[in-house]
Every structure is written in structure tokens, then in C-alpha cells.
Design a protein around this ligand. Structure first.
Ligand SMILES: *Cc1c(COP(=O)(O)O)cnc(C)c1O
Length: 410
């Protein structure tokens, strides 16, 4: 189950070669936009279908107990997707598998394993490494608040060393099982050179949380990462109505993840698998459109005297973070079109105050030293018209600026 050195090198060079049953790979390479609408659906026409079927079965009938026993043995020993009916829904689900196939194709990995949420996905990765007695994790702040919390609290028996990217090589110990980074990072949008970090990791698997960039803007495996994590709740789903997580990786690590998923039960519901597959089909269009609007809003915010600092990643994307001179709480209270809410990646624009909400669970000193200022606001730009968004943002900024001036004058 443990898989370092040679396997990691193989993960980088091997092309995706393990098609899921029923969804063969195309024989010609296809562009991302084409894969987004076709991957994981190749068998539909031969089934006489256009939309993917939703299989809600929790169990599967078998009159041949010996054959079923053999399938259970095969899964327990290898973690490979069962050939034939899945036995039980905690083991595998055909609808979710379509989403896994499609996401793997977009990330350029052999496989992907879906989970009930992004946190369930990260949990499974940590448990795979712990099972190999590699409980030490090296990580770079900032990370998503709950990822930071899971590592800091050591809830899964892991131990974390926080470092900056340049300190990764020195932080690695004999029992290090994982290096984890997020780029662009939540919520500061700080970026990390994935190739440089991957080099410093040597044989230790590098996990990149790619939730913010999505495979449309960045494919970490092409730069040497072994594991790509997504909170599928965000851009992959894209409509704020489905919770999910997924790890894209080589088939060897995927097998270990499936075994952990089976044993711990953090499975994605098939209905969520269906919605995520559907979400992927519009992912490139949504990400590019929202990114263009976000870049324009970032440019205008940078020119605005009420704004102290704007964070916008070089890789692009639909997230903009900015620090205000006035009271950030008043900006949140003042928006009318933009929704004041945690989470991100939906078709509509959301704004939140990380120090109060998304990163509340990170200790104050750690939060500040990771660059999460109390004046920072994080905005997830949606698909609305840029002028409507700008009008809403400027009126909320004016309100906040005036209120702070009034309180300063008192
Ligand atoms: C939301 C988020 C997570 C956690 O995902 P859930 O689906 O909420 O469990 C992990 N990483 C990043 C970057 C996120 O934004």
C-alpha cells in the first residue's frame, strides 16, 4: 500500500491508463473543454442514453456467493474498482465513478477517488499515510481554515510542521508521509511554485489543494505533485448545491484511498456524483467567464482609495481578496446583490470576512502570521455582469468608509 520513490516518478510519467469499466478513453487526445463534456460519458450512446443514469442502489443482488466473495477478496487485497456489480454502495458506485473518471481526465491523472466532502478527502489521505506509520506532515500556511485545524489539532494522530516553501526540504523527517500546500491559497491567494516544492519533496508525496485554480487554470500533477485535492463543493459543483471532495492521483494511491473510504465510510452520495459530473461539463466556461470578471474587479479595487491592498493570483481565477481601510464588517453588511456567505465557487458572487468566518478556527496569531489580516475580505466572483457587481461593491465600500470616518470623528 505504501508507495514512494519509484511509484511517484511513475505517477508523473505514466499516462492515465486505467479506464473505469464502461467508460473507455478516447483514442485521440482531446482538449480540456471537450473532456469536460464527454469524459466519463463515453458509453452513454451505446446504452441508448444521453444523460448519465443515477444508480441509487445501496446493495446489489448476487445469486453466486462464491463469485461475490472473490470480488470482496479482490477489493480488500488490491483496492481496485470491482469488475461487475459493486457488492455494496460503500465500496463503489457507478454514477460517482463517472465523476471520478471525468475529474481524473481533467487533472491528467490515472484515477480519482471521490468523498463526501473536501475534508473527508483530506482525512482519507492522512489515514492512508498513517496506516504506513508515516504520521508526520509538512505543510505551508495559509491553508483552508479546517485543513489547518485538522492538522494543528492532530485529530487523526498526525503531527504537523508548518514551514514556508523554502523550508520544506529541512522540515522533512524519516516519518514524514505528506507535504501539503494550497496554491492559490485560501484566503490570501498566495501562490507557490509547485515544481520547486515538488523537487524539494524528493520521494515524499506532495499534495496540492487545487480547489481555487481548478484544472482549467492549473494541473499540479504536470508540475510534479502526486496528489491533487479538491473541495468539489466549490467550482466543480459550481452551483452551491452539492457537498463533495475528490483526490486525483495515480492508481496505486487511489487503491489505498478506496480501501480507506470503504473502511471509514466517507462516501459521496450518488446524487452528488451526478451533480458533480454535470458541474464539470460547464467548468471551463464558468471558470473562464468568472475569472475575466474577477480580474477586472481586482483592477478596479486596486485603483480605489478605500482599498488598501488587493490580492489576485498570477494564475488567474475567480477569487479576489482585498484589505479595506474602513470596517470590513460594514462592507459585508452593506452588500445587496453580492451574497454575504462563506464558501465559494458558485454561479453567484459571495463575500466573507476570513478572520471571522472561514479561518475563525485557526488560532489568531497563526492566522495573522499567515497573512490573514483582520481587514481582509475574500470574494468569490460569480457570473453576474461586471458593472452590476462593481456598483454593489462600491456602494458597500462607501458605506463602510463613511461609517469608519464617523466613528473616528466621534
Ligand atoms: C472548502 C475548502 C475545503 C474543504 O472542503 P469541504 O467540501 O467544505 O469539506 C478544502 N480546501 C479548500 C481550499 C476549500 O476552499
Amino acid at each position: 500500500m505504501d508507495a514512494d520513490g519509484p511509484a511517484r516518478a511513475a505517477a508523473v510519467t505514466r499516462t492515465a491508463a486505467v479506464p473505469h469499466p464502461g467508460t473507455p478513453r478516447p483514442d485521440v487526445p482531446r482538449a480540456l473543454a471537450t473532456e469536460a463534456v464527454h469524459a466519463g460519458r463515453e458509453d452513454l450512446a451505446s446504452l441508448g442514453l444521453h444523460a448519465a443514469p443515477i444508480d441509487l442502489s445501496t446493495t446489489y443482488p448476487s445469486y453466486d456467493t462464491r463469485a461475490e466473495a472473490a470480488r470482496i477478496d479482490e477489493f480488500a487485497t488490491t483496492g481496485a474498482r470491482p469488475v461487475g456489480p459493486p457488492v455494496y454502495a460503500r465500496l463503489d458506485n457507478p454514477t460517482t465513478a463517472r465523476f471520478e473518471t471525468a475529474l481524473a481526465r481533467l487533472e491528467g491523472t490515472e484515477s480519482a477517488v471521490a468523498f463526501a466532502s473536501g475534508m473527508a478527502a483530506l482525512t482519507a489521505v492522512l489515514l492512508v499515510r498513517s496506516a504506513a506509520a508515516l504520521r508526520h506532515v509538512v505543510a505551508v500556511r495559509p491553508l483552508y481554515g479546517c485543513s489547518d485545524h485538522l492538522l494543528t489539532a492532530g485529530l487523526l494522530g498526525t503531527e504537523v510542521t508548518w514551514t514556508d516553501p523554502a523550508g520544506i526540504a529541512d522540515a522533512i523527517r524519516p516519518d514524514t508521509g505528506l507535504v501539503m500546500v494550497e496554491t492559490p491559497a485560501n484566503p490570501t491567494l498566495a501562490e507557490i511554485d509547485i515544481a520547486a516544492v515538488a523537487h524539494d519533496c524528493g520521494s515524499i508525496p506532495l499534495l496540492v489543494d487545487n480547489t481555487f485554480a481548478t484544472p482549467v487554470l492549473q494541473r499540479p500533477v504536470e508540475h510534479g505533485a502526486r496528489l491533487v485535492l479538491h473541495s468539489a463543493t466549490k467550482y466543480l459543483g459550481g452551483h452551491g448545491d452539492v457537498l463533495g471532495g475528490v483526490v486525483a492521483c495515480d492508481e496505486e494511491f487511489a487503491r489505498a484511498l478506496r480501501q480507506v473510504r470503504f473502511a471509514t465510510g466517507g462516501v459521496l452520495h450518488p446524487m452528488a456524483g451526478y451533480l458533480l459530473l454535470r458541474g464539470l461539463s460547464t467548468l471551463p466556461v464558468r471558470v473562464r467567464a468568472a475569472s475575466a470578471t474577477a480580474a477586472e474587479l481586482a483592477r478596479r479595487l486596486a485603483d480605489d482609495p478605500r482599498v488598501a491592498r488587493v490580492h489576485y493570483p498570477s494564475v488567474g481565477g475567480a477569487m479576489v481578496s482585498f484589505e479595506v481601510h474602513g470596517d470590513p464588517h460594514e462592507v459585508i453588511a452593506g452588500v445587496r446583490l453580492i451574497t454575504p456567505a462563506v464558501s465559494l465557487g458558485s454561479v453567484d458572487t459571495l463575500i466573507q470576512h476570513p478572520a471571522s468566518i472561514s479561518h475563525r478556527i485557526v488560532p489568531e496569531d497563526d492566522r495573522r502570521s499567515a497573512g490573514v489580516s483582520d481587514r481582509l475580505l475574500r470574494m468569490s466572483v460569480g457570473l453576474e455582469d461586471v458593472e452590476d457587481l462593481w456598483r454593489d461593491l462600491t456602494q458597500a465600500l462607501s458605506l463602510s468608509f463613511e461609517r469608519s470616518r464617523e466613528s473616528a470623528a466621534r
